[in-house]
Design a binder for this molecule. Structure first.
Ligand code: ZN
Length: 301
């Protein structure tokens, strides 16, 4: 391709030179005494040495440039690439992909990790920040789950990434059905990971809270372990473990296993949102979840 461009440039210069020769010819003709310009070696006096030099110089420049150009392959690329194989039409409802099973010798439980929202969920984002960025909860939740999975993989603890799909809405029913139907020899525990928002554009509220299914003693116990580790690692305000008889979170209410929901900081708190966007803070939050998982794996419920 580059060679073609260079050829085109060279061609253009050659055309220019010939044009120049034509344009300058009258100058030569007008010269009253061609002998003055005639070289002693008897070469053609009408030859425009200046123009020739231009070509030579250009070729020199090109020669210098050419070695840097990748050699032209014997077979050139087709101008149009092979059409991509036809992909199957996207399925309207996302299906749960198979999660590769890590070595799970050390696991008592299968940890169903849930990332709460999808990219298509309206709201669930901070107001525009002063630095031009914006916090999206679906992205944060997924990043935390991703970091937890990385640790669990290396620890050999069993997990199920409930919704790896990104282009979904809240997908609450799907989350619950997938977790409930996922086959497992081990007891399952559902952990939904979120960040909180207070009323209004910005909120003065901040800190950590963990929710559990109303009156579930096991749920309360699991929630307390997670809450303790998240507060310890982040040093944020401890808002406690929470539950309520009405308006319970759908995933807590409908999963057929002990289930908790962690609310990690407030993304519409004007200070905390910046913390939530820092990779090192996210790692702390993920590490806290892993520490809670390890504690429960070790001590049991
Ligand atoms: Zn949420």
């Amino acid at each position: 391709m580059l060679r073609k461009i260079l050829d085109a440039i060279l061609g253009y210069f050659r055309w220019l030179v010939s044009k120049k020769e034509i344009e300058e010819e009258p100058v030569v003709i007008r010269d009253p005494d061609p002998e003055d310009a005639k070289p002693q070696d008897g070469s053609d006096p009408t030859a425009d040495s200046t123009s020739v030099e231009v070509i030579t110089d250009l070729e020199e420049v090109l020669k210098d440039t050419l070695p840097e150009v990748a050699p032209i392959p014997e077979t050139r690329e087709e101008p149009f690439p092979e059409p991509a194989p036809t992909l199957p039409p996207p399925t309207p409802e996302p299906t749960a992909p198979e999660t590769p099973s890590p070595s799970t010798n050390q696991s008592k439980y299968l940890w169903c990790l849930d990332n709460g929202h999808g990219k298509l969920t309206p709201g669930k984002r901070s107001p525009k920040l002063k630095n031009g960025t914006q916090f999206f909860e679906y992205e944060f939740n997924r990043d935390i789950v991703k970091r937890i999975i990385k640790s669990l993989d290396s620890l050999g603890i069993a997990y199920y990434n409930v919704v790896p799909d990104v282009h979904v809405d809240n997908f609450l029913q799907g989350r619950v059905l997938r977790a409930n139907n996922h086959p497992s020899q081990m007891k399952k525990i559902f952990v939904s990971i979120h960040s909180n928002a207070g009323p209004g554009r910005w909120t003065p509220a901040s800190g950590v809270e963990t929710w559990f299914f109303y009156r579930s003693k096991t749920g309360a116990k699991i929630a307390a372990v997670f809450q303790k580790h998240i507060v310890e690692k982040t040093k944020w305000i401890n808002r406690g473990i929470k539950s309520r008889p009405r308006e319970q979170f759908y995933v807590l209410k409908n999963t057929s296993m002990p289930a908790i929901l962690t609310e990690n900081g407030f993304f519409n708190n004007e200070t905390q949102v910046y913390e939530l966007m820092k990779p090192e803070v996210r790692q702390k939050i993920a590490d806290a979840h892993v520490a809670a998982i390890l504690e429960i794996e070790e001590k049991g419920l």
